[in-house]
Design a protein around this ligand. Sequence first.
Ligand code: MG
Length: 313
Amino acid sequence: MSQRVLILDSSTIEKMKTFYQDDLATKLPQGALFAAKPHNCSITAYKSGKVLFQGANHEQEALIWAEFAKRQPQPNSRSKVVKEKTGGNSAHFSRMSLIGSDEVGTGDYFGPITVVATFVSKEDFAELTELGVKDSKGMKDDQISKIAKILIKKIPYSLLVLPNEKYNSLQAKGMNQGKMKAILHNQALLHLKKKLTTPYDGILIDQFVERGIYYRYIADQKDKVQEDNMFFQTKAESLHLSVAAASIIARYSFVKEMDKLSEQAGFEIPKGAGNHVDKAAAKLIEIHGVDALTKFCKVHFANTEKAKKLLKH
Ligand code: MG
């Protein structure tokens, strides 16, 4: 079988794992960090840094990562955004009025993906901090909802909801979740920019793929937001209040959508993708039939098969 081997550093391998998150294999050969089977290719990354590409598409997939690795700075020259906190902003962004974007729902079996872009100017920092805007992870739903309701009246924002039916049809056509997210972020940014009347210093995206891959994902979009001052940072909700606010509004919207689904199902629809979710999916099939899944779930998640198995026992 034709194959190619690359030796890659651990951060690139981490990025690969995120990139192929929808295609990950559950069984790993010994010494492997992850294995993935994207379209016509099989990839295995080992702890040693060796990454093996096999299958008809192996050259194309290997090329992406060979090119990616070339563009990475050497570890000792890497300039990281220093997270010296000043309120909800890192020092690097602490004097910037930014557009920020974030999404919710990508790892949840039930419910849509919600994406929000907000604009937070430096004049709003004090008021938003006072309001309790911060990293929404660890915040309770009622707290999120309380803050979100005030936020949506106070700051410019754009919200997009990708319903499950649409998600499933895009997924069935071969689109991966990363590309869906990139398209949604791009649209939210476009919509928000149209609303803005004041200038901004930059755009901060809570990073889910590396910049080059993000741009590749939106390459076929008619209108694109692709600017010089566009920052991609992981955990960006702790770097600038715009992303913190975006994640709060996105979570609020996600929770509301889940409430609607619970109402339609006739029982409470759970978040996440664990065993409790398999049970809820089995219950949904029992009550509403298997076709209901496309309206409620991200059907390609492993939970679908697990739910069907539960019903057989
Ligand atoms: Mg995020």
